[in-house]
Design a protein around this ligand. Structure first.
Ligand code: HPA
Length: 271
């Protein structure tokens, strides 16, 4: 990480830690809510709300409808009450910010000693079975964004990306909730895929395509953090859905969305 970003992550972590100390919370899980998953924070017992604008070093998402606060919450699972740090939104490369800026929350979580990262997003379906309304656990990715957050380190770091999406964690969630997994094609956006591009992604072995997550996963690997990631399918890649169709699909799949997050929180590896 560059010195500037390292400084920003430390500043952000110091502010967040002071808030956590006041509330007596010790989160070991950081959850990033993407489109489709945003309302999920309502199922948590929210203890602290920190608008991104108040956190030193944090930038604000510029996309309307994307959340802009960090929440510290507690969640009751079958294995007890878990403390959780939740970002209700994220920044994307297509907003014109660097990969390092996109990943600042992941580096901040690392500064806070958080070793488990849950990433959620919206995606277009490529494989036939990844239909509108499905929740898909990500098993691997194709980084087609043209960016790589690891390329910003001086000296360069060579990051192993085998098993970047923690297999035992993913398998436990898939088994508990009954969802399938798939390969995520990470695109720069903000254009959706053309039909030809959607065909290309299918040939390359992608099951779903989206515009976030891959840089955050690389950052998590740089830090040695465990990752569980999942997508909510909002459309068929190459055929964006009408907003109303997406909203009704989210509503119809709310139980699966909640169950997936709860299972991910429950099965996180916490020492
Ligand atoms: N492509 C890329 N990103 C997306 C899509 C898509 O079809 N749907 C939601 N996010």
């Amino acid at each position: 990480m560059t010195h500037n970003l390292n400084y920003k992550a430390k500043q952000a972590a110091r502010y967040i830690q002071s808030q956590l100390n006041e509330a007596g919370l010790h989160p070991k899980i950081f959850l990033v809510l993407g489109s489709g998953f945003r309302d999920a924070s309502e199922q948590f017992d929210i203890k602290i709300r920190m608008p991104f604008a108040k956190i030193p070093g944090y930038g604000l998402p510029t996309v309307e409808g994307h959340g802009s606060e960090l929440i510290a919450a507690q969640v009751e699972t079958r294995s007890g009450i878990k403390d959780l740090l939740v970002a209700t939104g994220r920044r994307h490369l297509y907003e014109g910010v660097s990969a390092l800026e996109v990943c600042l929350p992941i580096f901040t979580a690392h500064e806070l000693g958080i070793g488990n990262i849950i990433l959620t997003n919206a995606a277009g379906g490529i494989s036939e079975d990844k239909k509108l309304g499905s929740v898909v656990a990500i098993s691997d990715h194709l980084n087609l964004t043209g960016h790589n957050v690891a390329a910003t380190s001086v000296p360069p770091v060579f990051v192993g990306m085998d098993d970047a999406y923690c297999k035992p964690w993913r398998e436990s969630v898939c088994q508990t909730v009954g969802i399938t997994s798939g390969v995520y094609a990470g695109m720069l956006g903000p254009t959706f895929e053309t039909s030809a591009e959607a065909n290309m992604l299918k040939i390359l072995g992608a099951d779903i395509a989206g515009m976030s997550t891959v840089q955050e996963v690389i950052a998590a690997r740089m830090n040695g953090q465990n990752v569980f990631a999942c997508s909510f399918v909002t459309n068929k890649a190459g055929e964006p859905s009408a907003h109303g169709d997406v909203l009704s699909a989210v509503k119809a799949s709310m139980l699966t969305i909640h169950a997936t997050l709860l299972a991910a929180i429950e099965h996180a590896h916490i020492d």
